[in-house]
Design a protein around this ligand. Structure first.
Ligand SMILES: [Zn+2]
Length: 126
């Protein structure tokens, strides 16, 4: 992870989405304090706006009680997932159809390199 100024603000549906000093747009949030690690429909819509502005943007979902995966780094598939979200006019929690190209709506972000030597700070503003 390259960001150094991420902030965790609160539990359910909390997020801090802001461009960092390095210009990296980030979407770090704890949406699932007691749930599994996945992108909800609200997460997808939130991240869509960031990925539409910066195609390299990714979302980090923290799910500390998920025994199989406590965090995930995700992005919308492009063009599949991006097209679904662009056309969707619903709000709140709702299901999405599959992208026309057969891809998943979102995927694990394989192009993020985690460097454990980089400084990473988390500010809990609760
Ligand atoms: Zn939707």
């Amino acid at each position: 992870m390259t960001q150094t100024d991420s902030k965790f603000a609160d539990s359910d549906q909390s997020s801090c989405n802001q461009p960092s000093a390095s210009g990296v747009l980030q979407d770090v949030h704890i949406t699932h304090p007691s749930q599994s690690c996945f992108m909800s429909s609200i997460d997808l819509h939130t991240h869509f706006s960031y990925q539409a502005m910066v195609p390299e943007a990714f979302a980090i979902v923290m799910a500390p009680t998920d025994q199989s995966r406590s965090y995930g780094i995700f992005r919308l598939s492009d063009p599949g997932g991006m097209s679904v979200l662009k056309e969707c006019e619903e709000s709140g929690f709702h299901p999405h159809g599959e992208p026309a190209d057969g891809s998943p709506i979102y995927e694990h972000c394989a192009n993020v390199f985690t460097n454990t030597n980089l400084r990473f700070e988390i500010f809990d503003l609760r």
